[in-house]
Design a protein around this ligand. Structure first.
Ligand code: GLN
Length: 263
């Protein structure tokens, strides 16, 4: 009697293990199929490291790139005053804004994006990554605003620093990118129109209106856009414009200081 009971129990246990294994296998196969269809690993896992922090990502945001750490590190090195206000235009996942708030402890960091879906991701990252920050709770987070470039910013609103990693890939070049990027990352976060410079033209003009005198801009750029973007800033009256290289020696960031013309 007892023996029959035991073998029944062990048969049940074996069934359980088998079911568990089957479920695991099918989940694993599902993941492999996704990857085989060139969905980026980061979208499958739902996360990407950036500046030593773990950011949630999905198909609505550009996956944070190591190149962009060059911009964040430059701002952290140069902006030592914690009281500055910083705007991150085209914030996407919020990786730049949230890193600056977390690692730089700046008093006011704002992020803006045209995409409502991207802003949901950015807010989630702000909540998750900044939640345990020891800054006074009302000042812990990044403030996000939906805006098509500066359209939701009143003329009078000014920041000490404006940073941006706008879409900058020339439209035709997007077709040559890997399927992971071309087919699965948001086109709106990549496409800088025919010459890739569309958003820098807007930034050069609008940042002049939305920076305090002596304020700074830092823009991520494509490796071959340094001269063109620097010239745009020069034309619009920015001073001390510079092109900074990333860790591989490629041009990656253009920066400058705003001064009222003639001063
Ligand atoms: N650096 C990204 C890429 O290589 C593009 C980022 C952007 O357009 N802002 O795909």
């Amino acid at each position: 009697q007892e023996q029959t009971g035991n073998s029944l129990e062990s048969k049940n246990a074996l069934d359980c293990v088998e079911l568990w294994l089957k479920e695991k296998m099918s989940a694993y196969e599902n993941t492999l199929e996704k990857r085989a269809s060139r969905i980026p690993l980061q979208q499958i896992l739902g996360q990407q490291e950036f500046m030593g922090l773990t950011f949630f990502v999905n198909e609505h945001v550009l996956i944070p790139r190591q190149d962009t750490e060059t911009l964040v590190e430059l701002v952290l090195n140069e902006q030592k005053d914690k009281n500055v206000s910083i705007l991150d235009m085209c914030t996407g996942s919020g990786c730049i804004a949230v890193s600056l708030k977390k690692l730089g402890g700046y008093a006011c960091v704002e992020g803006a994006d045209i995409s409502e879906e991207a802003l949901k991701v950015a807010k989630r990252n702000s909540e998750e990554i900044l939640e345990n920050s020891d800054v006074n709770s009302s000042r812990t987070g990044v403030i996000f605003r939906r805006s098509d470039m500066f359209s939701a910013f009143p003329e009078t609103e000014r920041f000490n620093v404006i940073v941006s990693n706008p879409p900058y890939i020339p439209s035709a070049v997007i077709e040559e990118l890997e399927p992971e990027v071309r087919d699965h990352e948001p086109r709106g976060a990549l496409d800088g129109t025919a010459d890739g410079l569309y958003f820098y033209r807007i930034l050069a003009e609008e940042c002049a209106k939305h920076l305090t005198p002596g304020g700074h801009v830092y823009f991520e750029i494509g490796y071959d856009q340094g001269a063109a973007v620097k010239e745009l800033l020069d034309i619009h009256g920015f001073k001390d414009t510079r092109v900074i290289q990333d860790l591989t020696g490629k041009d990656r960031v253009v920066c400058g200081t705003w001064q009222i013309a003639g001063v």
